[in-house]
Design a protein. Structure first.
Ligand code: P6P
Length: 339
């Protein structure tokens, strides 16, 4: 029986490293540990309905949100693995007010700083809705050997060395880019390996899916309202309107749209006048993936990756997906937000 060649994440990382002159393996080791943490979180997420792990840990995170036990587990697991890699000087996550510096000597010599949302969409866990881990990897600005500085974690998205997400859905996938395209790896739990399943993902220039929480319609910017109505009109070419698909989990909504073509929208709302999604550890990594797969990501006026964070938990309006759909949205925003 013909067995097609399976490329595991580790093989892929090593092969890619060989292409980078002077690559010394640090980045590869870091990404390998991200993969290990993802497998550990996969295991817990997939038995959340069984173990008593379901439900709230009783603590509150910096966002004032109830921390689900899996939030805490994911935060601790990725922290532990990133520390164990010895390549990371510290981590900034949604669950902590400020970045966590790793004090071990080996980590202090780490060249990389990581920003992440350990378990995005966790409020959906007990409804069995897909959730995700989102991560960004930066080269540190502070001197190697010293404690990391706040600036290490507040770099513009254009400085990302790599970014990705893990989607814990009907299957668990790790999707990442290191600036040379987007590759997706599906976890084969029978061998405990992420295997290359989506090489060089290219998102369609346009699609028929728009994803937005229309419950906030009353407070959307006029340009967004006009875009939604545009999506609901009958399209001459297809003879039907667009399709609305929104699951309330960024990684799941974005991933579906990236593969099929579509646009994800989270504008300013009355509850979140700056937008809900956090720039540093949600929008920047997803924006890097969007652009590397041929799509676009904007805050409604500027390219997301060019925004200066300023603070770790800054929220921004976020629109990401198919390039032509993002362009059409920008036309509406520019026209209606200037009248
Ligand atoms: P809303 C999940 O809580 C999250 O941070 C993202 O994963 C998701 O896209 C968004 O919030 C959903 O927000 O207000 O529509 O429930």
């Amino acid at each position: 029986m013909f067995m097609h060649k399976v490329t595991t994440l580790n093989q892929f990382i090593v092969e890619r490293q060989a292409e980078i002159p002077g690559a010394t393996g640090e980045f590869s080791r870091l990404l390998h540990h991200v993969g290990i943490a993802a497998k550990k979180v996969h295991r817990e997420v997939n038995k959340a309905g069984l173990a008593d792990i379901l439900g709230r840990a009783g603590t509150i995170n910096v966002q004032g949100e109830n921390q689900q036990k899996l939030d805490v587990f994911a935060d601790n697991t990725f922290m532990d693995e990133l520390r164990a890699s010895g390549e990371c000087c510290g981590v900034a996550t949604e669950e902590n007010e400020s970045a966590v510096a790793f004090d071990e000597d080996l980590c202090r010599r780490g060249k990389y700083a990581v920003c992440m949302d350990p378990l995005d969409g966790s409020s959906n866990i007990d409804a069995n809705v897909p959730v995700g881990t989102i991560f960004s990897i930066y080269r540190r600005l502070s001197p190697v050997g010293e404690r990391p500085s706040e600036e290490d974690f507040l770099q513009a998205g254009t400085a990302q060395i790599a970014a990705g997400y893990v989607i814990y859905g009907s299957s668990t996938m790790l999707v990442y880019t290191a600036g040379r395209g987007v590759n997706g790896f599906t976890l084969d739990a029978s061998i405990g390996e992420f295997c290359l399943s989506h090489p060089l993902v290219q998102t369609p220039a346009r699609g028929r899916i728009y994803s937005i929480n229309e419950g906030n319609y009353a407070n959307f910017p006029v340009g967004v309202k006009k875009y939604i109505k545009y999506c609901q009109e009958i399209d001459e070419a297809s003879g039907r309107p667009y399709t609305s698909r929104y699951i309330g989990s960024l990684v799941a909504d974005f991933h579906r749209n990236m593969l099929r073509g579509g646009l994800f929208l989270y504008p300013e709302t009355s509850r979140y006048p700056e937008g809900k999604l956090r720039l540093v550890y949600e929008c920047n990594p997803v924006a890097f993936i969007a652009e590397q797969s041929g799509g676009a990501a904007t805050n409604g006026t500027r390219r997301v990756l060019e925004l200066t964070p300023g603070s770790l938990h800054r929220r921004v309006p976020f629109y990401a997906g198919s390039r032509e759909m993002a362009g059409k949205l920008m036309e509406f925003l520019e026209f209606f937000n200037h009248i």
